[in-house]
Design a protein around this ligand. Sequence first.
Ligand code: PLP
Length: 634
Amino acid sequence: EQLYQIQGWGDPYFSINRAGHITVSPQGDRGTSLDLYQLVEALRKRNIGLPVLIRFPEILADRVERLYACFDRAISRYNYPGTYRGVFPIKCNQHRHLVESLVEFGQRHQLGLEVGSKPELMIALASLNPSQFNQKKEEKSLLICNGYKDQEYIETAILSRRLGYETIIVVEQLEELALIQSVSAELNIKPVIGVRAKLSTRGTGRWGSSTGDRAKFGLTIWQILEVVKILESSQKLDCLQLLHFHVGSQVSSISVIKEAIREAAQIYVELSHLGANLNYLDVGGGLAVDYDGSKTNKNNASKNYNMQNYANDIVAEIKEACEQAEIPAPTIISESGRAIASHQGVLIFDVLGSSEQPIIPPPVVEEEEHLIIRNLWETYALINEENYQEAYHDAIQFKQEAISLFNFSYLSLKARARAEQLYWACCNKIFEIIKNQENVTEELQELAKVLTSIYYINLSVFQSSPDHWAIDQLFPIMPIHRLNENPSQRAILADLTCDSDGKISQFINPKGKLPKNFLELHPLENNQPYYIGMFMVGAYQEIMGNLHNLFGDTNVVHIRTHPQGYKIEQFVRGDTISEVLEQTQYSGEALLENLRRHTEQALEKDLISLAESRHLLKNYERSLSHYTYLKKED
Ligand code: PLP
């Protein structure tokens, strides 16, 4: 358990059972638990191949409940006179089944949606439940419209108010204001407007530049004042009801959140004093998740606070600022995406094979062998805990000399092979000494890297964990079975693409230490599948994945539990080869026809037999409807 830190990042959803398999408890501490390994086997029996992304909608529901419960507790703890409302930023995961589940689970809290583009607005409008006629403002479905906007976007957003949505258009650029004003005048519908502030508080981590003077989005303070001036001069200042900010995603330090909320609360107070009819303060996203279970802010894989601390600080800061200024407390909105959607998505993939530096017993060295080989042998034989560092240098030097001797034809190919074998034997012996040591030199860390096995995985990193490839984001990764056995191999994972970046060689490390450059795995067993899970991939990964080497979307299943077990609620088949070909403007039919012509030509010239051409065409045609990933025969 400690090796993979599962308690740290997995609690309360993932743990290890007696059989050495991962257990999933989608409702947290309550409800039915599932054996993940058995679930994967059951999916395979239904012909749902790997890789497969398993979504657990109940985890989604649990996350929403937790978020609301934290804000509820904070509100009663600080006697906050306002309320809290959540909106889910669709950008985090726009897939239909997931959004539908969220709307279903969020209904009882009126969980709203946040959109950042016109296509996202279109999803939201058709997915959210419009309110009943005459419903109060605080009971209406909340729709926050961020991102860059054109006339059509603004028209659609303003018209949606007629359906009963509490739609708020957030001005990200000053020019949008004139458009909002002219569209609303034309439609004769009063808009509700928000402004996104560029705070001076700097975020930290990978998305830290989402705020600050050079941020891509939002208005500077003088631009916000300009908005106030423009609205005031047209007697529309009452439309300005929301102040929004976003300090970036996965904010690992609570102090950044505190500082940002303090600054935003002051801006809110000042704008109210200027006559704006503000009643919403939207604190954006940023609530981090604990990918490495370390509960530290030492790297971007974790955070030094929990959801309750987050809610407490937000509620307390806003309350204090409003009380001091003697203005009504706003409805607090948060746009948490990662914290809601990450845990529900688990990607399972299989290992196709491995390559290891062979641990060969050192060859017996004879008296009459070349001096360089005898030197290597002697180095090997004498390695011990005291001299391993010098021995390593000697081994490197002797190996280099052996290669020079070979290049000048003083050493035969066979002798060179023996020299290399002895060199690797030295490395292995040294590695056995250093493998559990904390402080090894950089040079010997390199040795550990060289001796690491490569496990070839049935996956595309570009498609399924783009953040790992692009920005070194760490995700918890571990085998989902055989966890009662010693994982004696240290490995990195190489994916199916023909790209040397298509690998995973950085893994979470306990206690927030620097990432490990290997993962402990079990030796592969003949013809036995070996399944690995990548956890917490439910936010951002699916939509940002790309088709590198034409590996398409993976299979997706939604699993819902019931007291007796589970049901496969949805199965979304992954892309077939012809589907990915279509995305590059090929038609499977046309390609097949081209191939048929080629086989006719080859037949005419007697280059291929009829049986071979039939075999080739049949395979080609069948492959078009197959999954883009490899199928390992059982
Ligand atoms: N709101 C806005 C404006 C964003 O840009 C983002 C994402 O970066 C979010 C909300 C969601 O942030 P998170 O996933 O950190 O909750």
